[in-house]
Design a protein around this ligand. Structure first.
Ligand code: BG6
Length: 296
């Protein structure tokens, strides 16, 4: 269902029979809402979010492409998150199950302007799917259409902002003992200790070569988010904490308490596509009640 969202921007609303829903703005192909069948919002969107170009919407799931962060010469996190995407009416067959699922296909192709800043011939297709249990799946397919006969490289992230009740009570499991690059320390490489990750100050880490499953445990809400990923070896964990939050104009001063970014990503080793080649990267989000057991 295509309708008008904030500031008259086009958005697609996906609804699943049991009551869960999701919203995707064409601006940025940006998922801004994911609700379970009780109507609880599971994604964080800032109360100060600006739904208007040229900035990306603060919250939800921005798409970082063709550059994660400042790993290159483009604007921070690339331009896909602040471009107007189109609905893709004739996508090639996706390897995703669509039976009993609500989904939408979006596409981004280079505009003349974009070709000046990133001169590569590509097609980026995104399918957003809401599963029968309310699971939210994002599948990206990026193809080198080969018009110029040249390869290109990119980095990528699904920059998901999870809604949490109190960041101090949140734990992330699945990243213990892994190596990470610390963005707060000039991307120096460290190794995480054996405990699950908890939060008591600003964090901005890129965990490299992680398992495909990461759990975010919200003790207070008695809810666990499960993030599964494919084609995306890395995972970013970001919370700006109080000082940095105050410096972000579209984030409320206390918002950092209620958000956590855990981002399925491909950063340390960029992806290179030769003419005609395609890359796929998938992220699946689900929730389970709290007594979740890790390690399965
Ligand atoms: C995270 C980065 O992914 O995104 C952080 O690791 C960055 O360094 C954050 O501050 C937010 O970025 P932006 O451009 O949306 O403010």
């Amino acid at each position: 269902e295509l309708c008008k969202g904030i500031n008259g921007l086009d958005k697609v609303v996906l609804r699943e029979v049991r009551g869960s829903s999701a919203e995707v703005y064409l601006y940025g192909a940006h998922v801004t809402s994911w609700k379970n069948d009780h109507g609880d919002e599971l994604l964080f969107v800032s109360s100060k979010a600006i739904f208007k170009p040229p900035k990306a919407i603060r919250g939800g799931i921005p798409i970082c492409f063709p550059q994660f962060g400042s790993h290159g010469t483009l604007e921070q996190h690339g331009f896909a998150r602040n471009r107007f995407w189109n609905i893709d009416t004739s996508p090639p067959p996706f390897p995703t199950n669509t039976t009993n699922r609500a989904f939408v296909d979006l596409i981004l192709k280079p505009s003349d302007e974009d070709s000046k800043i990133w001169p590569h011939s590509y097609e980026f297709r995104l399918r957003v799917t809401l599963g029968p249990g309310g699971d939210l799946m994002l599948t990206s397919r990026i193809r080198n259409t080969g018009l110029d006969g040249k390869p290109f490289s990119f980095t990528f992230a699904y920059h998901t902002y999870f809604s949490v009740s109190d960041i101090s009570e949140v734990r992330v499991e699945g990243l213990e003992t892994l190596d990470y690059l610390d963005n707060l320390k000039a991307r120096e490489r460290f190794t995480e200790q054996g405990d699950s990750i908890t939060f008591e100050s600003e964090m901005d880490k890129v965990y490299v070569s992680t398992p495909t499953k990461i759990a975010i445990l919200d003790h207070e809400k008695k809810r666990t988010f499960v993030l599964r990923k494919d084609g995306l070896p890395d995972a970013v964990v970001w919370n700006p904490w109080d000082k940095k939050a105050k410096s972000i104009p579209d984030l409320g001063d206390d918002d950092y308490k209620h958000m956590l970014c855990v981002e399925a990503a491909c950063i340390e080793k960029s992806i290179t596509l030769k003419p005609g080649e395609e890359w796929k990267g998938r992220q699946e989000l689900s929730t389970v009640p709290s007594s979740y057991c890790s390690g399965q």
